[in-house]
Design a protein around this ligand. Structure first.
Ligand code: NZQ
Ligand code: ZN
Length: 402
């Protein structure tokens, strides 16, 4: 709190924070061919290579990675089959494998789902209890070291201390967090994203933007540095999105999006401020039940969340509309500006091929009450979600209806 010139107590100023992001980032063309070198540098002698449903086999990436490990004399075992919205079953399998084979390093080759599954395995392999404890709030303080070779710009897991897994027992999709989840190294070669179909690229872009919005909508004031960083990243992604969805071979545009995706979620632009994250919680119910892409779910949820909550700080919504979407400020009625910003966001996401409603996700109205309940109370939750506005079950249901 401080006493300002208008003689009022101001609360909610920038909070104290610690920012420690020790991941070693290696960015650029062909860097995946040096994977073995980086595994060795970070102490790996026996590696679990973890990957998804086959894109890394088809592109030849997996073979290049194995060659690189062999060249450094590093032994490895492999486990593929991670599904988008990764499941607990494969995590248990990976933990078993690591223990049986004395694995000391987990190398994720793929997208956010593969990285998150790798993180869960890395923590579970050195933990006596059930790895799911971490997804019910236990902090992750110990894990095998993790390396990542990223193939899609989206989740930001390559630089984040987070992992999101769906427990097949109840289909709860939950996040775990802890510094031990920050990868030791992450290889970011934008050329690896060129095999992505336009829909997946667009889902990734939507997720990146959502990570920025979750931080932008805050109750903390005087956080100009992080406000401006978020706005700058949003402007970059908005500029580059049409270039990559039209031509996935556009290396320069992919490169900007890839680094923006990392910056959006390693929390450099979230420090010292209250963050929201209700839209992610609301979306996770959709991708858990309907198995839709996380980004597609966010494209439907976030504009509805904005519409429902803008009254809590109309000026912040109007500021975003002016600075990012170039809307004209209506000083007489800033609500008009805020609404214009939300409309601009909706039409931008539609323009890159994202769905705009429940039908586009295959979601059903009859599931709304159940999803709203699980989002607020399921699996250890205590009734409200969100930091910018605390939402109750009835609010979440209203947002799904919007
Ligand atoms: O499985 P494969 O065959 O590799 O195919 C994948 C998958 O079908 C495909 N793909 C990835 N790279 C490709 C490619 N296809 C062709 N060429 C390439 N280069 O894309 C599909 C989606 O992959 P996925 O890993 O699921 O995507 P994403 O990175 O968006 O990850 C989504 C998951 O991350 C979680 C989400 O909830 C979701 O489960 N999140 C994780 C976060 C974190 N750990 O910090 C934060 C996020 O908010 C998010 O919740
Ligand atoms: Zn996300």
């Amino acid at each position: 709190m401080f006493w300002d010139i208008t003689h009022q107590w101001k609360e909610n100023l920038m909070e104290n924070f610690v920012f420690y992001s020790p991941t070693y980032f290696v960015f650029g063309k062909e860097e995946e061919t040096r994977a073995g070198h980086y595994v060795k540098r970070f102490g790996g002698k026996k590696v679990l290579i973890h990957y998804g449903g086959g894109s890394v086999i088809r592109s030849g990436l997996l073979d290049r990675v194995k060659l690189s490990l062999k060249a450094e004399g590093i032994d490895f075992v492999e486990l593929g089959g991670v599904k988008p919205n990764p499941r607990s079953g494969l995590v248990y399998e990976g933990i078993e494998l690591c223990r049986k084979e004395n694995v000391d390093f987990v190398l994720a080759v793929g997208g956010g789902s593969t990285i998150d599954s790798s993180k869960a395995i890395a923590a579970g392999a050195v933990y006596d209890g059930d790895f799911w404890d971490f997804y019910q709030g236990k902090s992750v303080t110990k894990a095998l070291p993790i390396g990542t070779i990223l193939t899609i710009s989206a989740a930001g897991s390559e630089g984040s201390p987070d992992s999101v897994i769906t427990n097949e027992d109840g289909m709860y999709k939950r996040g775990a967090t802890g510094e031990a989840f920050r990868p030791a190294f992450s290889i970011l070669n934008p050329a690896l994203t060129q095999t992505l179909p336009p829909f997946q690229i667009a889902c990734g872009i939507t997720d990146i933007m959502a990570h920025l919005f979750e931080r932008y909508f805050t109750t903390t004031i005087e956080v100009e540095v992080t406000d401006r960083m978020i706005e700058g990243l949003l402007l970059t992604v908005i500029k580059e999105a049409p270039r990559v969805t039209e031509d996935s071979n556009n290396y320069q545009a992919q490169a900007n999006i890839m680094w923006a995706g990392m910056m959006a979620h390693n929390n450099s632009c979230g420090v010292g401020r209250v963050q929201d994250w209700a839209s992610h919680d609301i979306e996770h119910e959709l991708s858990a039940i309907y198995d839709c892409a996380h980004g597609a779910g966010l494209a439907v949820v976030f504009p509805a969340w904005m519409q429902y909550n803008m009254k809590h700080d109309i000026n912040r919504f109007a500021q975003l509309a002016v600075r990012v979407w170039g809307c004209e400020m209506d000083f007489m009625n800033p609500e008009n500006t805020a609404k214009a910003g939300i409309a601009a966001l909706r039409s931008f996401w539609t323009s890159i091929g994202m769905p705009s409603d429940f039908a586009g996700l295959g979601a059903k109205e009859e599931d709304i009450e159940k999803m709203a309940h699980t989002a607020c109370y399921g699996d250890g939750r205590t009734g409200t979600i969100g930091g910018f506005v605390k939402l109750e079950e009835k609010d979440v249901a209203a947002i799904y209806r919007l």
